[in-house]
Design a protein around this ligand. Structure first.
Ligand code: SF4
Length: 409
């Protein structure tokens, strides 16, 4: 986290502290321990500190789908810390809207690993947040941050390697969005245009760069044992890379990880903005080494997220303006799960029209509007309430509408 908020600064930051370490192996636990052992830092300095292990466990899903961080990776981190007599550890999360953190941590297996080791599991939304001003803000002046995250002396960001339709990838920096309180995450998706923002970056990209100014992880450990490609953040396909990446320099960790995913970091807008905002002209911070040097030999090309959902699903047109990850995930899950049920009803001349997000324009009659944010356009449309709704409710609303139209004929 940033020095103003933290009670602790890593002492004697040697140039090597910014380097990036990569380990390969299909055993998530062993590979994580291996990469942590390479870090040039005396972890005993953290013995009296309060450590937050922040996985990406934002969704209520089973483990090993590449959607949430693998439990074995979190287990490896916990054991590494405990073996060094670091005891004041907690695992915490604030999920996407509609998902309860303790349930999500339980379902993906992380809570079980923490419990086995007597490590506290924390719903970061359980306490009232604190509003933190962002220095040199470009997109958002302040953010409501979960109190427990602010109280940590040292934050370890533990994302899973995955693609994301809104932000190209979701890695170490983006994972810190899960330290924002409840609905505060939505605000990042609904920001006004920013003057002079280099295209194709969006206000959301700059907001993530702003977030990094107040919630920069102290250590980043990226789970690439099983990642996710394509329709991320939650409707893509699992992909086995068998890698773990670690660095005290989260920007460098994200750059290296993007390369391992076969994605050019120069095309990741939030990462480029964060590099500019945080590193600025200070080339010493950007001048890092990667061990092993030939790590890219093991890179696998992750299928990038399609630019538009419509490219992925036949006979579907989607308008997405300012939706947050929760409704985006719901829409993708709905399409993926029910595309066969939908095939009988829609064709090229009569596509399924879907709209998500607060900023959508006027819609054609019969358009499927997903989520409370779209209520202002509901006239003549099929509106599915919820924040976000669940995929089965969307199908039910759509089928009821189809039936009612049949009855009218
Ligand atoms: S309705 Fe959907 S897009 Fe709007 S805030 Fe809720 S989850 Fe986000």
């Amino acid at each position: 986290m940033n020095e103003e908020e933290s009670n602790f600064t890593i002492p004697e930051q040697s140039p090597q502290m910014g380097d990036v370490y990569v380990s390969f192996g299909d055993n998530g636990y062993k590979t994580t321990l291996d990469v942590l052992q390479k870090l040039p830092f005396d972890f005993s300095l953290l013995r009296t500190k309060r450590i937050l292990v922040k996985p990406n466990a934002g969704r209520l899903v089973a483990p090993h789908l590449g959607i949430n961080t693998s439990p074995e990776v979190v287990a490896g981190i916990l054991d590494f810390l405990l073996e060094r007599d670091i005891k004041n550890i907690f695992v915490g999360e604030s999920c996407i809207l509609g998902v309860k953190p303790l349930e999500a941590l339980e379902k993906c297996g992380i809570a079980g690993e923490a419990r086995q080791r007597n490590v506290e599991i924390v719903d970061l939304d359980a306490e009232k947040p604190k509003t933190v001003s962002i220095p040199r803000s470009k997109a958002i002046k302040n953010l409501k941050v979960c109190k427990k995250a602010l109280e940590a002396d040292f934050i370890i960001s533990v994302p899973v390697m995955k693609t994301h339709m809104h932000t190209q990838v979701s890695l170490g920096l983006k994972n810190m969005k899960g330290c924002l309180y409840g609905r505060e995450k939505v605000r990042l998706h609904q920001l006004p245009e920013i003057k002079n923002l280099p295209k194709p970056a969006k206000p959301l990209d700059m907001a993530i760069a702003d977030l990094a100014k107040i919630l920069f992880p102290d250590l980043c450990v990226i789970d690439g044992i099983i990642g996710q490609e394509g329709l991320g953040p939650s409707a893509g396909n699992p992909i086995e890379l068998g890698a773990a990446v670690a660095s005290f320099n989260s920007l460098a960790a994200d750059i290296v990880t993007a390369r391992l995913m076969g994605i050019d970091p120069a095309g990741i807008n939030h990462l480029q903005l964060a590099i500019k905002e945080i590193w600025g002209q200070d080339s010493t911070l950007g001048n890092f080494q990667v061990f092993p040097e030939d790590y890219e030999k093991k890179a696998i090309r992750f299928e990038p997220p399609p630019e538009k959902i419509s490219f992925e699903f036949k006979n579907v047109r989607v308008e997405d303006v300012d939706s947050c990850s929760a409704c985006l995930s719901t829409a993708l899950m709905f399409l993926k799960r029910y595309q066969e049920n939908l095939a009988d009803y829609f064709n090229e001349d009569n596509p399924l029209r879907i709209a998500i997000g607060k900023g959508i324009g006027p819609q054609k009659e019969g358009t499927l509007l997903i989520g409370n944010c779209t209520a202002h356009r509901r006239k003549g449309c099929v509106f599915v309430k919820g924040c976000p709704p669940v995929a089965s409710d969307i199908l039910r609303s759509l089928m009821e509408h189809k039936e009612s139209k049949k009855d009218e004929k």
